[in-house]
Design a protein around this ligand. Sequence first.
Ligand code: GUN
Length: 291
Amino acid sequence: MILIDGKKVAAEMKQEIAEEVKKIVENGGRAPHLAAILVGHDGGSETYVAYKIKDCEAVGFKSSLIRYEDDVTEEELLSKIDELNNDDELDGFIVQLPLPKHISEQKVIEAINPKKDVDGFHPANVGRMVIGLPSYISATPYGIVELLKRYNIETSGKNCVIVGRSNIVGRPLSVLMSQKAVNATVTVAHSRTKDLEEVCRNADILIAAIGVPEFVKGNMVKDGAVVIDVGTTRVKSDKTKSGWKLKGDVLFEDVADKCSYITPVPGGVGPMTRVSLLQNTLLSAKKEIYK
Ligand code: GUN
């Protein structure tokens, strides 16, 4: 079994991005600039946004953090989005989700100019991806495909089962995995799938993205399968400094021995997700998606 080291691959990619930024700046260009809007004080969101800002610093990007309390009105938020859409010195921005219930996430996502939507959540970017046009691809699917590529894992003609159909992970990933560059045969399984265990056992590549800790057990995995664990459920722990630990969607100790490759949690998909946002911001700065 080979443990897929997402942390190492992400560090390599960050290095590559940092070198590109250095060249841009040396040639008189402006460093890529990413902004993040954070509403409220959700623990998970605070952590993720802090990482995004730290990652920007590490590769030489400019970053801006825009904070609102959770009683911000939808109107105020949309007005800030309009301002960022028209800021020529800004390459991309994200609005960290989830948002408070009185704000429509869909309205917010659709208010972002697709050219600056480095999360790849806007329907224009999702649609472009589906038909194979250049687009910002959402961070986790992008990170997973890049991990498979960099580990030279054969995907062509393989049966790929994705458990979970979220707009952020399962659904876009199912499109990417079936595209010509990857060539997998994809099944999207979900809560209504019949004989889920049997469907999973059929997978050469099994991707767990349901958000239910330790959902995938050994009896759901074929010998020699590649297992990608997207789960990042935060659970309380008295063994870590922060008081939290991350749990994957795969019961690692039950599954690992059966796999040819497996991603750990943490240190698998997570770091790749973070670096994908940097990659999209760099693509925006270089005007590579929208000319
Ligand atoms: N919440 C959880 N993941 C994400 C993400 O990738 N982008 C944003 N904007 N919010 C999130």
